[in-house]
Design a protein around this ligand. Structure first.
Ligand code: DO4
Ligand code: MG
Length: 275
């Protein structure tokens, strides 16, 4: 079942049919003890809407904080070691890749998040920017993973490469995060064969495409969530991006009007363009 937030309210989709969800907000759903059970009962009632307008989709977020994990794939470790080598920062990425404690950082709250078909931004003071396509967890206040969506952790590689301490500036700015199109609500884990695909389309055909599977994710999702909830509470739950395994070659930087398409099996495709 996929939960969507739209300008007309919340809807759940199963087998291509859409059902209205009469809840006050996404927050009210995330705090339920059994969201999957609740949405199944909505579907069972059979109140199908005749037409679902995808142009009305909003980012599937309410009062949740958005956090992100870093260097959870070998490709992210290698790319970052290279970009920060000149500044003497390369060693940090290798050390965090092998350490027991994962890298976790604050990414966004709702007003910095862009929804499906919205525009993500390149920082005005950045010269080298990339999207980071990441499986994103919806975690309830009791630290249970209750859903999965697609996240784009927009990043300014030149700023992070100057000094790892600049990471919050490289990663956190208006429209630096995108989520959607909906949330796959599911209590069971996703199979490790789940594919994440990134396509960057550019009119002059010099875009980029790559695919990776969750098999290459170094850490378990449960461990990432356990560290995030250590000494920290989330009354409305939270989103956790799980890191990128796809980094375009060093010669690539995003440009205005590029279209970014991120597809994850069973969840869908998140499409954004660059403002
Ligand atoms: O260490 C910097 C951030 C890493 C990150 O965002 C990622 O690996 O996805
Ligand atoms: Mg990332």
């Amino acid at each position: 079942m996929i939960l969507y937030r739209t300008t007309d309210g919340l809807f759940v989709e199963q087998d291509g049919r859409f059902y209205p969800v009469f809840a006050e907000s996404l927050d009210a759903l995330v705090v339920l003890d059994d969201l999957q059970g609740f949405l199944s009962s909505v579907v069972d009632k059979g109140d199908v809407v005749p037409h679902f307008d995808i142009h009305k989709l909003l980012a599937p977020i309410g009062s949740q904080e958005v956090w992100a994990s870093g260097v959870t794939y070998y490709r992210s470790r290698s790319a970052r070691m290279e970009e920060s080598k000149a500044a003497g920062g390369g060693d940090f990425y290798d050390r965090v890749y092998s350490a027991e404690r994962p890298e976790l950082f604050f990414k966004a709250v709702a007003h910095k998040v862009v929804g499906p078909n919205g525009k993500v931004r390149i920082r005005r003071d950045a010269t080298w920017s990339v999207p980071e396509p990441e499986l994103t967890l919806l975690v309830n206040p009791s630290a249970q993973i209750i859903g999965y969506t697609i996240g784009n952790d927009m990043s300014s590689r030149d700023i992070e490469g100057l000094n790892p301490l600049y990471l919050p500036q490289a990663k956190v700015y208006d429209q630096s995060c995108s989520l959607g199109p909906g949330i796959l609500i599911r209590n069971e884990p996703l199979p490790s064969s789940t594919r994440i695909r990134l396509d960057i389309l550019r009119s002059e055909a010099s875009g980029f495409s790559a695919t990776i599977t969750l098999e290459e994710l170094k850490r378990s999702l449960a461990t990432l969530v356990e560290y995030l909830f250590r000494d920290q509470s989330f009354p409305w739950g939270c989103f956790l991006l799980t890191g990128t395994g796809i980094v375009p070659p060093d010669s690539f930087t995003l440009q205005k009007a590029d279209e970014i398409r991120i597809t994850i099996d069973k969840i869908g495709t998140l499409v954004n363009s660059v403002a």
